[in-house]
Structures are given as structure tokens and as C-alpha cells.
Design a protein around this ligand. Sequence first.
Ligand code: KG4
Ligand code: ZN
Length: 358
Amino acid sequence: MDTILAIETSCDETAAAVVSHGRRVLSNVVASQVELHREFGGVFPEMASREHVKAISLVLDEAVKPLPNGWDDVQGLAVTHGPGLAGSLLVGVNMAKGLAYGRGLPLLAVNHVLSHIYANWLLPGEPERGEPVEPEPQFPLLVLVVSGGHTSLVVMRSHTEFESVGHTVDDAAGEAFDKVARLLGLPYPGGPEIEKVAAHGLAAAVDMPRMRMRDSYNFSFSGLKTAALRLAESFGGRGDEPNRSRLPVANIAAAFQESVVEALVGKTVEAAEEFEVRQVLLAGGVAANSRLRQVMSQSLKGIPLRYPPKRWCTDNAAMVAAAAYYQQRDVRAGWDLDVYPGLRLPASGESELVSAAS
Ligand code: KG4
Ligand code: ZN
């Protein structure tokens, strides 16, 4: 099974892609709902599911269009079955089931967090134009997965042996970026906005705590969010209130970003040394952050760092197809495949994927 079509609808992007041999992206279509949700300052779950219903057939048509023989070139159907929003996941899973059943194709179920990791396997260039083929990431490796819903440090010894050695105990890093952006009066999604304004700010100009949890590889970001709120209040109000002009938005954004980056980099460097990995990977929406990339590469002291191009850090289906190719090729999902909104990676000591439906 070399050519896999994947569907991703776990949150607010309706995505479909075709990838060959887990690395070569033949098509990658993403219909974003960001503009719709911006009005609400975050994802509105019911609206997200309805938008997936409207967009999915068109997105699939676009994804198949570049294939020389259309659907006949597709050898497997992969789909994200969790974690994510239940109503959104259902749209993708039902479409994938229907297509796989109707076309007699194998159905492959993919964990969304793992799929973010596999964005690192996709080939960004076009080797047929003579560009060198980037080698695959080398095991054992450590991955910092940082997105709007997840923050985990994952040790991977092979495609099938991996464990989460640390995770956030409260907000995900991207969620913290989104919440702080909102209180600074910046639009959703907040990560790219904070990064943009932070470039004009001075982190040292305001007082922001450092969040380092002791004796574990876990993270905590809710304290930073509260600190940013207190800081905003000390300047006379939040960004969405009338007296926002007094708020030093750029300085608060810069200080918050520095603090998040320091926490992420500190734990990643410690874990990379303890687990003696050959490479460190970044994955997930927050991996698009240039400051995180810069500080991480400066701090890893000789351990090579790798991250996907920015367009593949946020949700897409090409990464789902790659994960399916490397992890699920020999596993078939049944026709009773369900969605798992709380699906998570195994933590140290657990051997199976843990599927907590919530
Ligand atoms: O991976 P993703 O598309 O969705 C989830 O699976 O959650 O990640 C979206 C998250 C959002 O919280 C967004 O604010 C954050 O990634 N993000 C960033 C940047 N670009 C996206 N955070 C910091 N800096 C960025 N440049
Ligand atoms: Zn994601």
C-alpha cells in the first residue's frame, strides 16, 4: 500500500491529502474555518462540524484531482479518529468509512498527535527536479509536540515503540498563546499574532514569571496566562476593553513568548540528554514559532534539530497519510471504527494507545 489518501477533520480545518511512500506529497488540500471562528475568539464546536460537512466532498475532489488515474491510484484510506472535537471527527471518520467501504479500500485509523510528528517525514522539496532527498529522521528521537490541544514530549525508539515522557498538566502551549492573545486584544488564532507583535516588544520591560516544573518533564502554562492577565490589569485593562491603548501589548507578548519558549526548551534539552536521542523534532502548530525554533537550536548543543515547514506544522492531512504509512499499514480499522475525542499517547509504563472517549 504505497499511495494513501488521508482525511483530517479533528478541529477547524477540513483537510485531505494524497501521499506516496509516506513522504512524497502528491496533493494537500486544507479548507480553513479560521475566519468563521475568529468572531468567537476560538473554535465554536458545532459550527466546526457543520462546516466540515459542507466542505469535505469538495476538499476530497481537489485532493484526488492531481492523481493521473484519479481514485484508481489510491490504495488506502487513512483518517484521524482522535483526539479532537467529537462532532468534527465524526464527519471525517464517516466519510473515510463510506469511501473505503464503497471502493473496497483498507481503512487506517490515525492518532492526531502522532500525525503531527510525521509532518517531519514529508519531503518539502521536489526530488524529481533534482533537489536532494532529505533522509528520514533517525531513531531514537525526542519530539516536542506543541499544538492548540496538546503539549507532550515523546521519546520514539522506532515507529512502533514510543512513549510520552512529559505533558502539560493544564493548558496546551498553543491554547495559552490563544488565550493571552485574546486578552491582549489580538485575533484568533493567537500564536502567529503574538509572534508578530512580540518582534517589536521588549520582554525585559515587563515582569513575567518563568514556569519550570520540578522533577518531571511536565509543563504548566495556566500560571503564565494568569500573570499576563494581572499585568494587563496593572496597566488599566485588557486588550478587549476600551482603555486598551495604555496596554504595552508588544512587551507583554514578547515576555509571554520568552517564558513559554524557555519552559519548552528547558525540558526538551534535559530530556534529550537523559534519553540520549540522536535527533530532536518539533511538531504541531506552535512548532511554526520562529523564536522557539531559534532558541531550541541554540540550546541543544550539538543534537540535530528538525522541524516541518511552517505550512505543515498546523493541521493538514498529508501528515496523517505519512503516519498511516509508517504506523498503520499492517493494521486495519474495522467498520465499527469510532471517534475518540480523548485519545492520547501511552505514557511511561503503558504499552497500548490509551483511548479515553470524553
Ligand atoms: O496543530 P494545530 O494546527 O492544531 C491543534 O492540533 O491544536 O495548532 C494550532 C495552534 C494554535 O493554538 C495556534 O495559536 C498555534 O498553534 N500556533 C502558533 C504559531 N502558529 C500557530 N503558536 C505560536 N507561534 C506560532 N507562529
Ligand atoms: Zn493539530
